[in-house]
Design a protein around this ligand. Structure first.
Ligand code: SAM
Length: 273
């Protein structure tokens, strides 16, 4: 029998598909990251099925028993506390083991915090890299972010509110102050919100930990030039060229070539100077 990978709500209990409810109702066993948490979801939909826990500390130990049950023809549904099983959640080891033992896992798609955040972010959706939770130690996180500097796609992170200020400060410093950043909070819940701006503004806006669950999205390297603004150094160079007698038009064109900044923006600034 197959192993069903059932996506569950990420906050709003209405976000569960009809198929997910049927699969849960028909399961011989539901393996849940936290049986109490899933118990509430099941109670809400009046589903009564046997539950066992499957979390990061017992996943490996559970596998032989679960494979034996699949061999015996039981229908097993795997769920995590929220969203997609095996995405920053337990399940990957079981999926691998099931495939190796000849049982095809069947996804029952539904809510996913990273996709919900991406589609509403306003950042390009054609190319993205999901990175889960960043390393907690500052040095490791800095090195890890540095490896992402040239990534052209949107970067998507999960982060706890407590560590958000440090992550955003590192993003501004390592990936650049002008990267577009979106902080998606409390998706599908009462206080759902999206903050949009540049990395250095994000670091300032979230200098204190906010409340709630958070997805952070950062524009890829190709977003940077479009979003760049004129730094004090560029302004100084512009003033220098004008003081040296160069025309406004020519100075703007020259600096646009050198910095990659939009010529029109430089022209306006030159006029103001
Ligand atoms: N498996 C889940 C999924 O598919 O999205 C992710 C589980 S991971 C342990 C939990 C993290 O996902 C949270 O710390 C947060 O970063 C993100 N997350 C989950 N639900 C969220 C929500 N409603 N709003 C914003 N972020 C959420």
């Amino acid at each position: 029998m197959p192993l069903y990978l059932v996506f569950t709500p990420i906050g709003n209990l209405e976000d569960i598909t009809l198929r997910a409810l049927r699969v849960l109702r028909e399961a011989d066993l539901i393996a849940a990251e936290d049986t109490r948490h899933t118990g509430k979801l099941l109670a809400h939909y009046d589903i009564q099925r046997p539950l066992i826990s499957l979390h990061e500390h017992n996943e490996a130990a559970r596998i032989p028993d679960l494979l034996a049950r699949l061999d015996a023809g039981e229908r097993i549904a795997l769920v995590s506390d929220a969203g997609a099983p095996a995405i920053s959640d337990p399940g990957y080891q079981l999926v691998r083991a099931a495939i190796e033992a000849g049982h095809q896992p069947i996804p029952i798609p539904g809510p996913s915090a990273l996709l919900a955040a991406l589609v509403a972010s306003g950042l390009p959706t054609d190319r993205f890299l999901f990175l889960g939770f960043p390393p907690r130690k500052a040095k490791l996180r800095g090195d890890w972010l540095a490896e992402l500097r040239d990534e052209p796609g949107v970067l998507i992170f999960y982060e706890s509110p407590r560590r958000l200020p440090a992550l955003l400060a590192d993003v501004a410093q390592t990936l650049g102050p002008n990267r577009p950043v979106v902080v998606a909070r409390e998706l599908t819940k009462l206080h759902e919100s999206f903050w949009r701006g540049r990395a250095e503004e994000a670091a300032r806006a979230f200098a204190e930990p906010p409340k709630g669950e958070i997805v952070v999205l950062v524009g890829g390297v190709r977003e940077q030039a479009e979003e760049q603004t004129i730094t004090p150094e560029v302004e100084e160079a512009l003033a220098g060229l004008l003081a040296g007698g160069m025309g406004v038009n020519q100075a703007a064109r020259l600096l646009a070539e050198i910095t990659g900044l939009p010529r029109r923006e430089l022209y306006q600034r030159a006029l103001a100077l």
